[in-house]
Design a protein around this ligand. Sequence first.
Ligand SMILES: [Zn+2]
Length: 257
Amino acid sequence: MSMMTNTLLQSVETRLWQIENDTNEPYHSKLVILVGDHAQLPIICHCHLLDTKNYCQKHYVYNAIDWNFTTYHILETSIRHVEDLEYCSFLNIIHCQAPTEEEISSLLNNCYIDENLVEQYIDDKTTILHTHRKDVDYYNDLILHKKFPANQIYVIQLETNARNVEHIQSWVNNKRFNHMQHVALGALVMLIENIDLKVGATNGTTGIVTKLEFDLEVNICSISIALNPLGYVQIVGKNQFKTNMILKDIFTKHHFL
Ligand SMILES: [Zn+2]
């Protein structure tokens, strides 16, 4: 409920009144349980951010008329982070005020790694996060080359019939143009589109590359991935994108997502 506005809570009350209009009790004898952290995320309202200080306080849920009738139970610990006292104390700071540089550094400095340390963290249990999207491709490649010898790494060619970069510039500029450039058998990969919801081949599912198939021109045409956690093998083919914007020519590109 951290993103809930006072008007939304009021709408719940109004709807209950419409259903049970024989009583004037707040929430009309219905038990409404609101659970959440008020300070976790800013509320979603139509106020422009610049009109307010850091976030809108006018539409905060506790400004709902019926908020006065509610009973509060304040949890003394953050259940999700109860075992991480250092992180808990940091959350307590950011609930009340913007943290100082020192407070951020004291908690997060140990989390930052540079390029030289990446090798130590290449395992199945560690996820390396990046501050910039462009770094993802760079580090994916770096990790692949640190984990696999060069002769086991296959280059995925960008196939297009475009005759120059201008023709496919819109693709290159497109943030969803996430061309996978290298792959190896045994590499840990992640799907970034829903392929088959029934078998769990969904956006964000990870898996291990188990098989590569090549076409007659020795370009990779399909990648088989044993999905975590059950090992269901999903075959990922190339997506084909077309454009016919320029001089009636149709340009296509293929890439794996
Ligand atoms: Zn607002």
